[in-house]
Design a protein around this ligand. Sequence first.
Ligand code: CTP
Length: 397
Amino acid sequence: MLAGRRLLLVIGGGIAAYKALELIRLVRAQGGHVTPVLTRAAQQFITPLAAAALAETRAYTELFDLDDEAEMGHIRLSRAADLVLVCPATADLMARMAAGLADDLASTLLLATDTPVMVAPAMNVRMWEHPATQANVATLRRRGVTVLEPDVGPMACGEHGPGRLPEPPAILAAIAAALAPGAGPLAGRHALVTAGPTHEPIDPVRYLANRSSGRQGFAIAQALAARGARVTLVAGPVALPTPPGVTRVDVETAREMEAAVFAALPADLAVMVAAVADWRVEPAAAKLAKGEVAPALALVENPDILARLAAPGPHRPARVVGFAAETHDLLARAKAKLARKGCDMIVANDVSGDVMGGSRNAVHLVTAEGVESLPEGTKEEVAARLADRLARWFAPA
Ligand code: CTP
């Protein structure tokens, strides 16, 4: 995906610096070259030796270094890349970029470069939300810098909220999308992805839901975008950042999801990952109160979005993929679902463990031709393998 592409990786000083090492490994595995630059603060967390060993090239640290200047001046270093990535970008580093400071190698490179710059922020939630940081982010974006949205979750400092470094596979996808807009095996294709649970209101304060986190669907949307597709992601209620380059439509109920899916057509590929509630109730207009008799919920079946989309007709995407989350008889039920729903592939996953809401997954791809099992991995790794497999459908013959 990144064969021959050159990345200048500016590593800032934060606890997430160790993830920059993982990113170097991922970029190398895709055939990309990485030149690491470590700020002084970064060297409190990881060593130049670790970065250099993984990058299989030297790592730079000093602005005034006779050897470096003789070998490759900082201006040349800043321009000999296809993309400059700051990862992790601390609040301080972004403030210095916004102010145009150039008092160390990293800030000097960032001021001298004429190549596109991407920033992956990582910091405490209060620092991220501080008006000073938000103003710096706005300034950088106005100047054309791509600032990735930080992830939401628990932090090393014990707090919770936005500010976590996006996971390395997500950053890798953003790099691929930045370096190859309109390129990739799915270039020119429109992919429609559903993700997350749906919420079916019972009354103004209660709803029926399920444990879906949306992570697998979001990762698939991102992996398809990284392979060049234009992606529309119809998302139920989840707490996840929008993957870079993806158009997101937020919905709450199954019927809203159905409407959003059909409004997004035509599409070449549909991947229905959402855990759509099978039933809804006719919601009460006012909050149900506790009485002597518990209210009975009259369940009404929801529309089957996948079956409707996969039914023959001019609206049908060329390829339709469904998911089957099962706790038992996985493959037999997946094969039955393939036929019953009329889709081209069922991605079968066993949710008897903690897959729903968890971070790892193992899936089997069930098609009319047979069953292929993908190796177990993170939801991002599963998404990447699945996207590669789906892209084969669209490869020129
Ligand atoms: N799906 C959908 N609309 C629904 C229900 C499911 O689009 N109302 C899609 C899901 O996104 C998933 C696939 O259908 O891709 C499988 O959903 P599942 O709920 O497992 O299938 P069911 O038809 O409900 O089968 P069963 O309840 O027998 O397991």
